[in-house]
Write a protein that binds this ligand. Structure first.
Ligand SMILES: Cc1cc2nc3c(=O)[nH]c(=O)nc-3n(C[C@H](O)[C@H](O)[C@H](O)COP(=O)(O)O)c2cc1C
Length: 180
């Protein structure tokens, strides 16, 4: 199963357009539309509940459903526009919610993270109004995937300079679509 993590807030999203082109070559997929999901930043109460469940080895609680879905996906596509040098905050909230030790990652006795995810590939799709700087978006996801989730194979698909006067946004999109 391919999992599409859609973080595109605008209905006319160009990032989503690129992501759908990537997904077109991947067969069936399950989509999570994060902007309309009841996702909440972790509260003290949620943390305490999660820790108690983990300590008891109880990973079947519905609180872990998203983490299991992420860990079980064979391929993951994240579509997230470039916002404020990074990505929409709903993606960070999603990551907080799925980042369960014992499901997506674990630690070896020496403290080294051991990834527990099945995915063979994670594709990060983005578009930027100006120049795309990957440090706090793709590079962060790549680091998490490789070091903590066990997903060594990541790739970036992107289009940039879409909001800069004098640049032909549709032509840039067509060029990006051709590379997919
Ligand atoms: C809230 C917000 C923050 C943005 N921040 C940046 C930014 O830091 N750098 C940049 O180049 N473009 C920025 N942009 C422009 C978007 O990256 C660009 O319009 C992108 O194509 C939007 O993707 P979408 O069409 O999928 O919504 C921002 C746009 C919004 C709405």
């Amino acid at each position: 199963m391919t999992l599409y993590i859609n973080c595109c807030v605008r209905s006319e999203s160009r990032t989503d357009r690129l992501a759908r082109a990537v997904l077109a070559g991947m067969g069936d997929y399950t989509e999570l539309y994060l902007p309309e999901m009841p996702l909440h930043p972790l509260t003290r109460e949620m943390l305490d509940r999660r820790s108690a469940l983990q300590a008891a080895g109880d990973f079947e609680d519905p609180m872990f459903d998203l983490a299991h879905q992420f860990a079980d996906a064979e391929r993951i596509v994240i579509g997230a526009p470039f916002w404020d040098g990074s990505f929409p905050s709903v993606l960070k909230v999603y990551l907080e919610n799925i980042y369960a030790i014992g499901i997506v990652t674990d630690y070896a006795p020496d403290g080294t993270p051991v990834g527990m995810c099945r995915a063979k590939e994670l594709v990060y799709v983005t578009t930027a109004g100006g120049r795309y700087i990957p440090d706090y978006s793709y590079e962060y996801i790549r680091s998490l995937a490789g070091r903590y989730f066990g997903i060594a194979n990541t790739r970036l698909v992107m289009a940039e300079m879409l909001d800069i006067a004098g640049f032909d946004a549709e032509q840039i999109m067509q060029d990006a679509l051709r590379t997919i």
